[in-house]
Design a protein around this ligand. Structure first.
Ligand code: FES
Ligand code: FE2
Length: 424
């Protein structure tokens, strides 16, 4: 596919409709998405508490490119290409671990935890070690979240920091721990996973548990007066209690908060909204399932929701948070890591039990992945034609697709126009 073909393909989306079939199965387009969106933007890598001590590391792969995230000896979080500078072997092979130094499993070249090449295992030959350290990647930390960018020219991170840092402060992600992590291989293109995430039109039918706790299904146009009053009362109660402490309900009406906003370059957002009556948290029965997190003093804090494109979202209640990290495996498989976080001092089976903590989001996740799988099967059919999106219920799907097309036309998130390059 050359530049002209690619531009022609991007132009085939009919305004207000889904994407044509080629967008979910064309391998050249997928390679281009990797280059522009996944290698060009900021990726959520994990949480700072996953690499608590010097030498702790985690790895992740995006489209065949492996990234190593490590706490260095100075206590800073760094990221590198997880590739040996000798003959390219992958260095750290586990998802997470701890090392005193990084020793290549092939010929034992050895790197410090700062990424410097310190030993070539007898291969002297006048090598300038200072030029053969691990290749560093742009890394940022905000509110306990680690972000990495594979581009040498990363988009500005400060706007995300300005949005996330104050919003996340009371949740205390820095002092959380993982109660459970589940890796899901979703049999769908990564865009279908986001499209599904960006609307709650499907929730009434597909998420019987989720809809009991949330107001997402009540869009402004069709919500009854009774529902609007219930939501307004919950908003007023929480705001009067906590606004002075920075726990402010910023999304005060039904339906999903608007995200993304391609017209204003917003690929990240944080907001807080209220839960339905009787729900202290996003659990099956609405009852708390773990001790309070962060600086919360009681349950009446609604739900903090944060997200960043292309690969992160979190729903954080008073007592636990459930996050998702997306990584494309190929054009038809998306690996989603689900994280269940609780306060770092909470003890399993004493302060929380997994059978109460997990089901609400594990069910909701699996319901979504199943929908995505069947949608992929449908859009793979020659019988598929993109249908119309609801302006009332699917405005965020439209916004996501416009963001996506804009990124492919212009460059990575937040990056001003770069020329289209040839895709093999
Ligand atoms: S490839 Fe790593 S030491 Fe040779
Ligand atoms: Fe869903």
């Amino acid at each position: 596919m050359n530049k002209t073909d690619l531009e022609a393909l991007l132009d085939t989306r009919r305004e207000g409709h889904g994407l044509p079939r080629a967008f979910y199965q064309n391998e050249a387009l997928y390679a281009f998405e990797l280059e522009r969106i996944w290698h060009g933007g900021w990726l959520f890598a994990g949480f700072t508490f996953e690499v608590k001590n010097p030498g702790d590391y985690l790895t992740f792969s995006v489209g065949g490119t492996s990234v190593l995230v490590m706490r260095d000896d100075a206590g800073d979080v760094r990221a590198f290409h997880n590739v040996c500078r000798h003959r390219g072997t992958l260095l750290c092979r586990a998802d997470a671990g701890h090392v005193r130094a990084i020793v290549c499993p092939y010929h034992s070249w050895t790197y410090s935890r700062q990424g410097e090449l310190v030993n070539c295992h007898g291969m002297h030959e006048g090598l300038d070690k200072s030029k053969l350290g691990l290749r560093p990647l742009a890394t940022e930390v905000v509110a306990g979240l680690i972000y990495v960018c594979l581009s040498a020219d990363p988009p500005a991170f400060a706007p995300l920091r300005d949005e996330f840092a104050p919003a996340a402060r009371p949740q205390g992600f820095e002092h959380a721990k993982i109660a459970r992590m589940v890796e899901y291989d979703v049999e769908a293109n990564w865009k279908l996973v986001w499209e599904n995430n960006r609307e709650c039109f499907h929730c009434q039918r597909c998420h019987p548990q989720y809809v009991k706790a949330n107001f997402d299904i009540y869009d402004e146009g069709t919500a009854s007066e009774a529902v609007k009053q219930k939501m307004a009362a919950a908003v007023a109660r929480t705001q009067s209690k906590w606004a002075a402490q920075g726990i402010d309900i910023t999304h005060t009406h039904g339906g999903l908060a608007t995200f993304p906003d391609p017209d204003n370059g917003l690929w990240f957002a944080a907001d807080r909204t209220v839960l339905a009556e009787g729900f202290d948290t996003e659990s099956m029965d609405g009852q708390r399932v773990a001790p309070l997190m962060g600086s919360y003093q009681d349950a009446d804090v609604g739900v903090l929701r944060m997200r960043s494109l292309p690969n992160f979202w979190v729903h954080a209640s008073c007592d636990h948070a459930v996050a998702a990290r997306l990584l494309p495996v190929n054009s038809r498989v998306t690996r989603v890591r689900g994280y269940w976080l609780v306060n770092e001092t909470a003890r399993e089976d004493e302060d929380y039990t997994l059978d109460r903590l997990l089901p609400f989001w594990h069910l909701t996740n699996e319901q979504d992945w199943d929908i995505c799988k069947w949608q992929q099967k449908g859009v793979d059919s020659v019988g598929y034609e993109p249908g119309p999106l609801s302006r009332v219920k699917e405005y965020n799907v439209d916004a996501f697709l416009r963001w996506y097309l804009k990124e492919l036309r212009a460059g990575g998130p937040g990056v001003a126009s770069r020329p289209l390059t040839r895709v093999a």
